[in-house]
Each structure stands twice: as structure tokens, then as C-alpha cells.
Design a protein around this ligand. Structure first.
Ligand SMILES: Nc1ncnc2c1ncn2[C@@H]1O[C@H](COP(=O)(O)OP(=O)(O)OP(=O)(O)O)[C@@H](O)[C@H]1O
Ligand SMILES: [Mg+2]
Length: 348
């Protein structure tokens, strides 16, 4: 029998997806995973804009996948989330958390009481006589998160926590690994991609990029004058009757978008490398639906000269009666990174 459980809920541009974990003495078990597609425009840049559509999708998801719990941990990722490296005076962690609002106003673009804030310590540093805690300050506008929380509540669920999507990816994908000291996790979504560089689970660098697979679909739609669903099929290579000319137009659109995207990742990684020379990135781990685009891994590998491997968010978890067979489970792996990581955040 499952013991305590936790559900992570990812409200993405292309769909809502959730993972239910149970945890006991034997470890953590993936009990359920499910997803339901969202109509275009229901979620924009991580923010629910069509509440009714999201509520519908959530109700369908709960009914179809048989999630038991109603409490969910939510993720947040968009350009209005502030993530920056900050040095604060050393103090015990509990005190630090309590005094955070007083200490971080200068770093925020909004009044601190309009933000949800968190601080992840990455290292202790000594500056002359002063002992400091260096870490990543994370702040999100409450108002932005509130639209997502409201949708969740209207679907009969309860949001018990909100976490940065990047940290969710870090938890599920950045688990202890062989002899790689520092790696970059890249979760490629439809409109949003998250880059997290970490050493042994400790984040060193986080960046939210406003690009993803949907940009590729848009480029194909525009070049070929196709509807979004048709352009999506062309992108996935599942549209057979395409003229040679259209196929080559589509290929060049994909190429161009890929180049821009990979360049974005490369320049963030260059920035990281210049500011963290002691912890060079040794490999790149890809997750998110956008990582399934043919050629992403190869191109990233060519440009960064680092090995690129797919994420395995269920590694280290037992798999319960999810209703998914092995092949289905393999297919959903890239999409499970965020919800599994959000649920792991409740457990840890
Ligand atoms: N087999 C595939 N080949 C190419 N692209 C794919 C494939 N499957 C999914 N995608 C792309 O993955 C993207 C969606 O990824 P994901 O589900 O991780 O995003 P999301 O979480 O809904 O969006 P976001 O994080 O940007 O809000 C879409 O652009 C979709 O076209
Ligand atoms: Mg996503």
C-alpha cells in the first residue's frame, strides 16, 4: 500500500501534466502520471489566461488518470521570475529565510510583499572579515502565480506549494550521477526553456529562456502557409504527402530556429563558464517535449562540444501501477521531468 503521496502539477503551454509519487521506507514510487493537451492560447508564458480551458483539462486529467490526492505542488517559470546570484550576510538558515524580505528588496523589480521569494544557498564565502552566504535568489510576482493557483482551485484541487520549474528539473533529473561533477540540464518546452547548471544537485546557475518547440512550429507554419496543427505534424515528420519543395522549406525553417535556440544555450553556457571557471560543465542532459525535435541533441553537441544525453527522471524511482506500459513510460520520460521534480520537492 502506498504511504504518503505527493502530486506535482506542471501547467505548460501545450498541456497540463501531473505525477503522483508515494514514498515509504522502500523508496519513492511513481504511482501515476498523466497529461491532457491544452488548446492554443490557454497558457501564455507560463501564465493561465483561459481559466475555463485549464480547469476543464485539469478535471479531465484527474478523472482519466485516477490521481487520488487533491493537493498539488505547482511550478512557475517565465520571464517575470527573477533568479539572481546574491551574497547575504551569514546566519542560520531559519533566520535567513525569516529575514529574507528585509534583505532582498534592492534586487527585486517589484515591492517585496508582491513577490513570492526563496533563496537557495550555493556556497559559503568569506570576504575579508565577513562571512557570507552566496546563493540564488528566486522571486516571482504573486499576481502571476495567482492566476494559476485560481485555475487549480476552480478545478477542485489545492495548491500547497509553488516552486521554480528549473528546481523541479534539477530534483528529478540532476540526481547523483557517476563521475560527472558539473552538468547542464536543459528542459525545452513549447515556449519556455529552462537551463540549470549544477554540481551534485547544487544549483550554480539558472536561466529561463523564452523559446522552445512552438517557435519551430510557428516558423514552419509561416514558411509553408500551414495551420498550426499541420505545421506541428510536419515538424514531427508525420506528414507524408509533402512536396519536395515544401519539405526543404520546412527543413530550412527548422534549421534556422534550431540555430537560434542552440546559440542561446551556448551563450548562456559561455556566460556561466566565464563566471564559474572552477566548475566546467561536463555534459548536457535534455528533457521537455521540445527535446524530441530531430537534430536538437546533435546540434547542441556540435556547438558546445559536450556530450548530450536524454534525461531519465524516473531513474531511482520504483514504478508502480501507473497504467503505462514500458514503451509508453519511455515516451513520457521527457515530459515527466517537471511534474516528478515538483512532487519530489514536497517529499524532500
Ligand atoms: N516528437 C516530437 N518531435 C518534435 N517536437 C515535439 C515532439 N513531441 C513534442 N514536441 C514539442 O514539444 C513542445 C512541448 O514541450 P513540453 O510539453 O515540454 O512544453 P510545455 O511544458 O507544454 O510548454 P512550456 O514549458 O513552454 O510552457 C512542443 O513545441 C511540441 O511541438
Ligand atoms: Mg514546460
Amino acid at each position: 500500500m502506498p504511504g504518503r503521496t505527493a502530486i506535482g502539477l506542471d501547467i505548460g503551454t501545450s498541456g497540463v501534466r501531473a505525477a503522483e509519487l508515494s514514498y515509504g521506507r522502500g523508496g519513492v514510487t511513481l504511482e501515476k502520471f498523466g497529461q491532457v493537451a491544452l488548446p492554443e492560447g490557454a497558457v501564455r508564458d507560463g501564465e493561465v489566461v483561459d481559466r475555463a480551458a485549464v480547469v476543464d483539462a485539469l478535471k479531465t486529467l484527474w478523472k482519466a488518470s485516477g490521481f487520488k490526492g487533491k493537493k498539488v505542488a505547482l511550478g512557475v517559470a517565465n520571464q517575470r521570475v527573477v533568479v539572481r546570484q546574491v551574497d547575504l550576510p551569514w546566519m542560520p538558515l531559519a533566520e535567513l529565510k525569516a529575514s529574507l524580505p528585509l534583505q532582498v528588496q534592492d534586487y527585486l523589480p517589484l515591492p517585496v510583499d508582491e513577490c513570492l521569494i526563496d533563496f537557495h544557498v550555493t556556497e559559503e564565502v568569506v570576504d575579508g572579515e565577513t562571512r557570507l552566504l552566496r546563493g540564488l535568489l528566486v522571486a516571482a510576482a504573486r499576481e502571476m502565480v495567482s492566476a494559476n493557483v485560481a485555475a487549480v482551485e476552480a478545478a477542485g484541487l489545492r495548491a500547497t506549494g509553488v516552486d521554480l520549474t528549473s528546481f523541479a528539473v534539477l530534483r528529478s533529473v540532476g540526481k547523483p550521477f557517476g563521475d560527472v561533477a558539473t552538468e547542464a540540464l536543459v528542459d525545452i518546452g513549447a515556449r519556455i526553456s529552462n537551463l540549470v547548471i549544477h554540481s551534485g544537485g547544487q544549483p550554480r546557475f539558472v536561466r529561463v529562456l523564452l523559446s522552445g518547440g512552438q517557435d519551430v512550429t510557428d516558423a514552419i507554419a509561416e514558411r509553408l502557409g500551414l495551420s498550426a496543427p499541420l505545421a506541428e505534424s510536419v515538424k514531427r515528420g508525420s506528414l507524408e504527402d509533402l512536396s519536395e519543395q515544401d519539405r526543404s522549406l520546412a527543413d530550412s525553417a527548422v534549421d534556422l530556429m534550431l540555430e537560434v535556440f542552440v546559440d542561446d544555450i551556448r551563450s548562456s553556457m559561455d556566460y556561466y563558464a566565464a563566471s564559474h571557471p572552477a566548475f566546467p560543465v561536463e555534459r548536457i542532459v535534455l528533457s521537455g517535449g521540445g527535446s524530441l525535435l530531430h537534430g536538437v541533441a546533435e546540434r547542441l553537441e556540435a556547438v558546445t562540444r559536450k556530450p548530450v544525453v536524454p534525461a531519465d527522471p524516473t531513474a531511482g524511482l520504483h514504478v508502480g501501477r501507473t497504467g503505462l506500459d514500458e514503451q509508453q513510460l519511455a515516451t513520457v520520460q521527457p515530459l515527466a521531468a517537471v511534474p516528478v521534480g515538483l512532487a519530489l520537492g514536497v517529499i524532500s
